[in-house]
Design a protein. Sequence first.
Length: 326
Amino acid sequence: MSNSPNPEAASGAGARQLLGMKGASGTSSIWKIRLQLMKPVTWIPLIWGVLCGAAASGNFHWTLPEVGASIACMLMSGPLLAGYTQTINDYYDREIDAINEPYRPIPSGAIPLGQVKAQIWILLLAGLGVAYGLDLWAGHSTPVVFLLALGGSFVSFIYSAPPLKLKQNGWLGNYALGASYIALPWWAGQALFGQLTWTTAILTLAYSLAGLGIAVVNDFKSVEGDRALGLQSLPVVFGIEKASWISAGMIDVFQLAMVAVLIAIGQHFAAVLLVLLIIPQITFQDIWLLRDPVAFDVKYQASAQPFLVLGMLVTALAIGHSVLVA
């Protein structure tokens, strides 16, 4: 039997390293290590959230200035502020990662803590700078986008850092994460191109409860370290099986609540589309999530989440053409 390395497996491990995913390979490149700290795979929902907010504004136009502004807002939400969030989370999670994911850049010693701190500050200040520039471009009398970026950055800090460290509580931490990935970028996109109203803000906060369910999926791989360090994640508190049912229930119930909202505002076609996008998610929950969430967490997310984010866009487009923004 040959002991030569499998090029395909090595390539896959290298890709996971660049994306900041579990099962990554090692690297000596400081820039690849910095990128791994920023977890590019987590930028996607925030970039999509900005797109949903722009659609929900009912006022986005496919002109070069507005496309450029939307790209800048995506840069702020994804690479810069999500990158800041992931880096600061790795900084404060270095003891947990030493148990769960010892190959991560900090516990493996691949990058000094001083450089990690510098990266945190650079990403934060760059993100806030882009946010302020977007407010200037939009002519806001109140710097709405900057305030949203500042508030989101504060939530990211207290999510990871003591003494509050919201992630110690499975409910608070996962809801903070869900709102940061769904509501905040949506608000930024909607405020940039239109008017952010209390009604849509509350609806997106409700949608974020589905995001809480998604966040629980990420906790299954960390049960050992969370339990050892006293973090009260839902899989630790309720056990893996019950937590998988809680996760699935939150994801489904609050999407179905959006169906009810769409019906109430007269967007019946969008409501039907959203139901059709929820059905495959329930199917994949039965196949992957509810059977073995520890083994199949990545497969479940890869299979189900595209339908969830498409449902978000359907909902946003419907809101943008409804009485809610009239």
